[in-house]
Design a protein around this ligand. Structure first.
Ligand code: COA
Length: 259
């Protein structure tokens, strides 16, 4: 994989998009590399939290590759969008938690990549925008859908119609970002969050993630039924038994085994 770097330690995987000379813009090769990396990481039971970031200190991802898109026909645009959606869908349905560590520009496809993660932590230097309408297009890698679901249609219309740039504080105020960190300590802070999650019972985390997202697709009563299913599944795990028995016996709980 030319454009992706993967590092793993203590149940946390760090996936870095590594094309800093092009501000990590998403061309077909980067999309393919990301898709392959996600396929491999998804099967790895030692990955309990996945962090996504961009190489260099300027950009998370400055968008889909404009050079590659410039002369696309309509049919080719469908293929390009599908390649983007395939990768973004793999990321958003990743079974364990994902955190975008937004270290700079998150524009267009970069904003969409962050929105496909469960949490977004931004450097104070991060900038978010959908510049697509200035280029004669709409967002095409899930932005119209994921942004509207996260912040509602009115804020999505504002950001997508105007293309205005948000700084980290503005993104936090809109609920697009969970936390802001200093640029120098962004990765350290995101690793701290990732490890805190990785210490929890993996089945509980996986089931909670499923319940949250699957529940959003239906009615409240559908969601309650999904929650009951995911809650009850936890009682089939050794981790639930050992943690609750330790509490009842006033003992220190052993680390979770992922079983
Ligand atoms: N697609 C392709 N190449 C991109 C890119 C993108 N989305 N974003 C940046 N690049 C490339 C630039 O072409 C440049 O390459 P070069 O050195 O070969 O000329 C390199 O990354 C550095 O970008 P540059 O524009 O010189 O940096 P800057 O600091 O002047 O501006 C941005 C930074 C992010 C404001 C500017 O690059 C930009 O507006 N990029 C496009 C953002 C966008 O519209 N994204 C949505 C696409 S749908």
């Amino acid at each position: 994989m030319t454009f992706i770097k993967v590092e793993q330690k203590d149940f946390v995987a760090l996936l870095t998009i590594n094309r800093p000379e092009g501000l990590n813009a998403l061309n077909t090769s980067v999309l393919q590399d990301l898709s392959e990396a996600l396929d491999t990481l998804e099967k790895d039971r030692d990955v309990r939290t996945l962090i996504v970031t961009g190489a260099g200190d300027r950009a998370f991802v400055a968008g889909a590759d404009i050079g590659e898109m410039a002369e696309l026909t309509r049919e080719e645009a469908v293929s390009f969008a599908c390649a983007g959606h395939e990768m973004m869908n793999k990321l958003s349905s990743f079974p364990m938690p994902t955190i975008a560590a937004v270290n700079g520009y998150a524009l267009g496809g970069g904003f969409e990549l962050a929105l496909a993660c469960d949490l977004i932590v931004a450097s104070s230097r991060a900038r978010f925008a959908f510049p697509e309408t200035s280029l004669g297009i709409t967002p095409g890698f899930g932005g119209t859908q994921r942004l509207a679901r996260l912040v509602g249609p009115m804020v999505a219309c504002d950001l997508i119609f105007t293309g205005r740039r948000l700084n980290a504080e503005q993104a936090l105020a809109l609920g697009v970002v969970t936390e802001i960190a200093d640029p120098e300590s962004l990765l350290e802070r995101v690793l701290e969050i990732a490890h805190a999650i990785a210490e929890k019972a993996p089945a509980a985390i996986r089931n909670a993630k499923s319940a949250i997202y699957e529940g959003l697709c239906g009615t409240l009563s559908d969601g309650i039924a999904i929650e009951t299913e995911q809650f009850s599944r936890c009682f089939d795990t050794d981790d639930q038994k050992s943690a609750m028995r330790a509490f009842v016996n006033k003992e220190k709980a052993p680390p979770f085994q992922g079983r």
